[in-house]
Design a protein around this ligand. Structure first.
Ligand code: KIV
Ligand code: NA
Length: 277
């Protein structure tokens, strides 16, 4: 499908069909996502896990996000790009959060930023950044940046207190000015209730089919990593296997001198070689 024109904020806020969001972290991935016609690209701080090999998204820095978001922007100039505010850029207060958001807009071309949680400071940051004219996406449910405090990477909103906190958090993010909210790893029925209760679009990951949109991590969709996959993921390809098989064939052909072939090699102007002997 030919790439569409970048969707406007009003279009994203009243989608005709479920919103499609995928993460991307570099130029080639961004080109693939734009070529596939996704509605939004998320430069997620999952960058830390799937690209940089960190243990936790809490190790990702603003410099990391800027570096990768710039590459994504160049690869997908016509796709609405949301960039995660990494841990530490909004915990110290609203001014520092706004400064980080401005940097992501000015230096990387972000169309919007995303931050995790709905605690008083998180809401204040959403209010400050959106009031400055930068659209903010919220994120409730499982919050990877502070997963330790949530007792690990676990499904949220199963009991009444947690479900109520998640529902009220999503509503408070809307009230603070968020244009959309990610619902991560919560029961499908709770996600459906939240989607019914708030006006801004909900984008689910492990949150059932009733959300206004879905998001998945690029590497998960493509099966870049072999091995077991989380329940909330569906793998659409086995790129890890394809990659390993291709690299093994390359290695074998180099070792047996069947690569490069003549077709991969450059010839010389007639008669020149004789002069060198
Ligand atoms: O960083 C990320 O990939 C995310 C999505 C899973 C929502 O925040
Ligand atoms: Na993230």
């Amino acid at each position: 499908a030919p790439p569409r024109k970048k969707l406007s904020l009003p279009q994203l806020m009243s989608p005709a069909a479920p919103l499609v969001m995928v993460t991307a972290y570099d130029h080639a991935q961004a080109r693939h996502a734009e070529g596939a016609g996704v509605d939004l690209i998320l430069v997620g701080d999952s960058l830390g896990n799937v690209v940089l090999g960190y243990d936790s998204t809490a190790q990702v820095t603003l410099a990391d996000m800027l570096h990768h978001a710039r590459a994504v922007r160049r690869g997908a100039p016509q796709t609405f790009m949301v960039v995660d505010l990494p841990f530490g850029t909004y915990q110290l207060g609203t001014e520092e959060a706004l400064r980080a958001a401005v940097q992501l807009v000015q230096e990387a071309g972000a169309d919007a930023v995303k931050l995790e949680g709905a605690a008083p400071n998180d809401l204040a940051c959403v209010r400050r950044i959106s009031a400055a004219g930068i659209p903010v996406m919220g994120h409730v449910g499982l919050l990877p940046q502070t997963a330790t405090a949530q007792g690990g990477l676990k499904v949220q909103g199963k009991d009444e207190a947690s479900a109520r906190r998640t529902l009220e958090g999503a509503a408070a993010l809307q009230e603070a000015g968020a244009f959309s909210v990610v619902l991560e790893a919560i029961p499908a029925a709770l996600a459906a209730l939240i989607t019914e209760r708030i006006q801004i679009p909900t984008i689910g990951i492990g949150a059932g089919v009733e959300c206004d949109g879905q998001v998945l991590v690029y590497h998960d969709i493509l099966g870049v990593y072999e091995g077991p996959v989380m329940k909330m993921v569906r793998r659409y390809a086995e790129v890890g296997q394809i990659s390993r098989e291709a690299l093994s064939r390359y290695a074998a052909e180099v070792r047996e001198r069947s690569f490069p072939a003549e077709a991969n090699s450059f010839g010389m102007t007639d008669g020149v070689l004789e002069k060198l002997y």
